[in-house]
Each structure stands twice: as structure tokens, then as C-alpha cells.
Design a protein around this ligand. Structure first.
Ligand code: GLN
Length: 191
């Protein structure tokens, strides 16, 4: 199994460290040639979604990225990565990749005071969740499974091959979300 991590901007190194400690092979995707390499899963990290979107356009990577995700490659978007995947963004006019049936609100917890850690349930398991200027999911279609709700806001969800979290599982010691994602990949590989 090998996982590609989008590495244009943001917290990609932390995802690699988590995968390294699980002994899962991964590589960074920095350009179109990297994106063309075979992989069993894809991670879109946290960071700044506008900046990532701009780089995806400039590097001519967007169409291929969208078609890979739509073709069913297991994809995990954290924070800005979740914003990239959303079909709608409630507080801005244009969305980015527009592949997942969710409406997200960017900087949903306020810009300055928006960083905090909680312990909360994800798919029935209590885990640490680190929020940094995080978005939340305001609305989902009936194609989307809600995996975590905090303070009446959806903070983790899944639609087919796409898993998203408002928070950053790469920034703490818990592996629950990675196990969930690796399980999605295993199920795809054994289909
Ligand atoms: N606020 C950022 C954005 O809108 C996301 C923050 C994050 O990824 N930690 O892109």
C-alpha cells in the first residue's frame, strides 16, 4: 500500500510522520508528475485552502486530481483539505474541487480564538481533536455519513471514498482516524 500526500502547502510533513510510524509507505505530491504516480490513497492536508487551490491551478493539477478522486481513490481531507473537497462553501462564492456533497463554513470558530483541543467521539470512539482556524460542515446530503458532531456542528464525515475532518489528527498521538482511513483503503484493495 502506498499513499500520496498533497504537499503544496500546509501540514503535509505531519501526515507523513504519522504514516511512517504506522509503517505505511507514502510520498509527497508536489507537481503533476508526482500526481500521476500510482497510489492507493490520497491525503489533502490542512493549511490554507485558497493558497492550495491557487497552486493546484498554477501547476495544472486540478483536473487530474478531481478525476482521480471521482474515480474512487480513497481520499482523506483534513481541515483545508476538507474545504478543498466541498461542493459548497457557505461564506464564499466559489468552491474549489467540488467533489463532496457537503457545505462547509470556513473559519467557522472565529479567526483568532479558533484554536482549541477537545476529547470527543468519532464514530463512537473518544479521541483528541485539534482545531486550528477550522471549518465545520453546515450541511450534508443523504449520501454523506456523519461521523462526528461537536457543539451541534458536523466535524467529521464520509461519502463513499472521501473522508473529511475539521480537525487535525496528524497533530496528536491518536491513530483512530488513520486506522479508519487505512481500512477504507484495505476495503478498496480487496474488492
Ligand atoms: N482556515 C483555513 C482555510 O480556510 C483552514 C485551516 C486549517 O487547515 N488548519 O483554508
Amino acid at each position: 500500500m502506498i499513499i500520496g500526500i498533497l504537499a503544496l502547502q500546509g501540514a503535509f510533513i505531519e501526515h507523513k510522520h504519522k504514516l511512517d510510524s504506522l509503517k505505511i509507505n507514502s510520498f509527497y505530491i508536489r507537481n503533476l508528475a508526482d500526481l500521476q504516480k500510482p497510489k492507493d490513497g490520497l491525503i489533502l492536508p490542512g493549511g490554507e485552502s485558497t493558497a492550495m487551490n491557487k497552486l493546484l491551478d498554477e501547476l495544472n493539477m486540478k483536473d487530474l486530481l478531481i478525476s482521480q478522486i471521482e474515480s474512487g481513490i480513497p481520499t482523506f481531507g483534513t481541515c483545508a483539505g476538507m474545504i478543498l473537497l466541498a461542493k459548497h462553501i457557505s461564506n464564499q462564492k466559489h468552491a474549489f474541487l467540488k467533489v463532496m456533497d457537503i457545505t462547509v463554513t470556513r473559519n467557522g470558530y472565529g479567526r483568532q480564538s479558533g484554536s482549541f483541543i477537545i476529547h470527543h467521539e468519532f464514530d463512537g470512539i473518544k479521541i483528541p481533536m485539534t482545531f486550528i482556524r477550522a471549518p465545520y460542515i453546515q450541511l450534508v446530503s443523504d449520501q454523506v455519513k456523519v461521523l462526528s458532531v461537536y457543539d451541534q456542528r458536523i466535524v467529521a464525515a464520509r461519502q463513499k471514498n472521501m473522508l473529511v475532518t475539521s480537525f487535525h489528527p496528524e497533530l496528536n498521538h491518536d491513530f483512530t482516524i488513520y486506522h479508519y482511513f487505512l481500512n477504507m483503503i484495505d476495503n478498496e484493495l480487496t474488492k
